[in-house]
Design a protein around this ligand. Structure first.
Ligand code: ZN
Length: 187
């Protein structure tokens, strides 16, 4: 792997014993992974990833809507911030990416983020942390989480029925970390 190689979220960068974790990375099971899409940067013993897209104008506590662009198992999802449609949410420029780590997804331990959120899902999330190279989101509140999800088999929009997410086409019952108003947000 060359110094300025472009890496995706979830890319394995090295071992915790080799490097110090810098910006844009996370540690799982002693290994260091990228949590953003960007360039790998090593400075001394510190390894980090410089995000390719600049994240502007986001502050802690801002609420936004985003679409899950990628799930880098087991611990991070990349959220593409959506253009504004509603007044109650704050939106930065289009095509900004933020990351949602499993530890901020919901109360309790999430073994694999893919069990709770899937590519294409629309989420309402709050900005938890703004770093130089990474904006971290949380969905760990009742009003946050998936507001619209699609069947993994046929992509139909899942419907909430008696507390379960059901596909109207094939009848599948799927699991998500949903917001308490699932299906009602105009997204
Ligand atoms: Zn279905």
């Amino acid at each position: 792997m060359s110094e300025n190689e472009l890496v995706s979220p979830g890319a394995e960068l090295g071992f915790e014993e080799e490097y110090e974790a810098g910006e844009g990375v996370y540690i799982a099971d002693g290994k260091i992974y990228s949590s953003v899409l960007g360039e790998r940067v090593i400075e001394g013993r510190t390894i980090g990833v410089k995000a390719k897209k600049k994240l502007k104008n986001l502050s802690i506590g801002d609420v936004l809507y985003g679409q899950v662009g990628m799930v880098a198992e087991p611990v991070v999802a990349l959220i593409e911030v959506l253009a504004p449609k509603k007044k109650d949410a704050y939106f930065p420029s289009n095509s900004d990416y933020c990351s949602l780590h499993a530890s901020s997804l919901k109360r309790g331990f999430v073994r694999n983020i893919h069990d709770e959120i899937k590519i294409g899902d629309i989420v309402r999330a709050e900005v938890l942390e703004v770093k130089k190279t990474e904006v971290c989101l949380t969905t760990n509140k009742n009003n946050l989480g998936v507001v619209k999800a699609f069947c993994t088999k046929d992509r139909a929009v899942l419907e909430m029925k008696e507390g379960a997410l059901i596909c109207p086409l094939c009848g599948r019952n799927e699991i998500r970390k949903v917001s308490d108003d699932y299906g009602k947000a105009e997204v």
